[in-house]
Design a protein around this ligand. Structure first.
Ligand code: UDP
Length: 248
């Protein structure tokens, strides 16, 4: 029989040294690609993910255009080298499903009705995966949309919580995701208090679910602050470059 791995020790510390309510270290950067209209890069623990946005632009094929709003298209893709066992570069069922849920989690944030008959194309490339790539992908995608100057009701911050070794934990890593009991990914727009994604994989009691959900929302709020900082840092760098050019 497979021996059960201990994911939380007697003092409540996880295998990567975190406390139950602690996020993995996060690095977020906006405007990292010069050939896209907007872009962002996120590192969350060992996850490394790029997001790129084009649009609003003309729709091809034309018959897909919507008369009253922009068409949001999303492709979530994992690089073959992003996981331990080489992944086929062809789109898997999982990637097709994640592309759909990520699109649906971002749609409520964007003023799509301002751009009828156009398309906004969003690409999420997972370069290295370590659990929670859908939520980290949403966080980066939302920052890339803002970087592209697309009007939004709010930024979408996303984070998962779950249960492992009987403990409710924030921001599960790959080991906790695979060996744990449940995973609850959430995408949240703090300023308008709206949830755009709520999934649950595994089993939780109603009380545990409430605890995990509230913890994930708390994680989203912390990530939202980091998104705002990343956007500010980008515009500050532009301002400094313009000022420097003006002095020459
Ligand atoms: N994973 C993998 N191979 C795959 C798909 C996923 O090793 O083909 C790993 C990867 O680290 C991913 C984790 O399993 O982050 C959890 O995947 P899940 O489907 O739960 O989505 P995620 O948590 O990344 O949103």
């Amino acid at each position: 029989m497979k021996e059960k791995i201990r994911l939380v020790d007697d003092s409540g510390i996880r295998t990567d040294g975190r406390k139950p309510d602690e996020l993995r270290p996060i690095k977020l950067e906006a405007g990292v690609l010069s050939n896209a209209d907007g872009s962002a890069y996120i590192e969350q623990g060992k996850n490394k993910i790029l997001a790129a946005v084009y649009g609003p632009r003309e729709v091809h094929p034309r018959h897909l255009a919507l008369p009253d709003r922009a068409l949001l298209r999303c492709r979530y893709h994992m690089a073959p080298f992003s996981v331990q066992e080489r992944k086929s570069p062809a789109p898997s069922r999982r990637e097709i499903e994640l592309s759909k849920v990520i699109r649906e989690s971002l749609e409520p944030a964007i003023f799509l009705e301002r751009f009828p008959r156009t398309a906004i194309d969003l690409f999420i490339e997972v370069l290295q995966a370590d659990g929670g790539t859908r939520v980290a992908g949403i966080t980066a995608a939302s920052l890339a949309l803002a970087d592209a100057g697309i009007p939004m009701k709010d930024m979408v911050a996303a984070c998962a919580a779950g249960k492992a070794d009987g403990h409710i934990l924030l921001d599960l890593n790959d080991l906790e995701d695979k060996e744990g009991e449940a995973d609850v990914p959430v995408a949240y727009m703090p300023s308008i208090n709206r949830v755009g994604l709520l999934q649950m994989d595994g089993q939780l009691t109603p009380e545990e679910f409430e605890k995990a959900f509230n913890l994930a929302i708390e994680g989203c709020k912390r990530i939202y602050a980091l998104q705002k900082e990343a956007l500010k840092a980008k515009y500050l760098a532009i301002k400094e470059a313009v000022e420097e050019a003006g002095q020459k």
